[in-house]
Design a protein around this ligand. Sequence first.
Ligand code: DGY
Length: 315
Amino acid sequence: MASVLVTRRLPEGGLDPLAGHDLVGPNHDDRAFTHDELVAHARDVDGIVCLLTDRIDPQVLNAGAGRLRVVANAAVGYDNIDVAAANERGIVVCNTPGVLDETTADVAFLLILAAARGAWVAERDLRAGDWPGWGITQYLGRDVHGAVLGLVGYGRIGRAVARRAAGFDMTVLHHTRHDTGEPGWRGDLDALLAEADIVSLHCPGGEATRHLIDARRLALMKPTAVLVNTARGTVVDEAALADALHDGRLFAAGLDVYEREPQVHPRLLDAPGTMLLPHIGSASFTTRLQMAHLATSAVATVLVGGTPPNVVTPG
Ligand code: DGY
């Protein structure tokens, strides 16, 4: 019987595709394994179902090498896994594309609206009893309807955000390295940042995009602009973003992801105009179960010698 390590708790029903396998973990108290524990477990299993909080590096993969055949991340992003190192050792890596696009786009739009309109600050005041009653100069935000939306990355999630933007009469620009041939493409990221009223990030994490939005690029944005990040925290230099917000060089930010989760840069916590969510982009009941199913089904498929549709190829 094949053994599968399930590193964290999955939504109820998420393990169903692995029925009949010997499950190691499955870590019902949801405590993240330490790196040493991951290495130790990897020695004795044929497959691993992990989350983006698990660092699957060459050490873990070396421990598994020879027996371990598949690692499936219950996430679309896989910057926590060294895919090239896995493939070198004959280990297949899978992720969960396609099932979380709309749910994540919903949260991106929530952040666009909430950050642009200062909803969090207004709500906080109301709850604290600090709202003195309606005033014509209170809580002034930036209009979302009719604004120029700049999407950085134009994959499935970016496109899902663009569809929502159409309903708000927004002008949508997008930046990708290769020309999409579609209206609104900007090959020059700097130009898009300078043009947009709202910038929403939808590119992958990893070394190639580390601090893509740094102090220099933040300075290109309009002081009235809003930055939204539902992609990966590492794409933004958090210290530079906190400085821009504190100095009034950027109107607002809406963040769902952070450079060192679960830590949040302390100067972002008290930065004005900052709406912060704890990485809930894909967190709906339906979507999280679909993600779990996709990951566990991929492991089951590889373990019977098949090739699942969601194999990651090193890019
Ligand atoms: C992913 O799947 O990469 C998301 O960040 C999880 O919400």
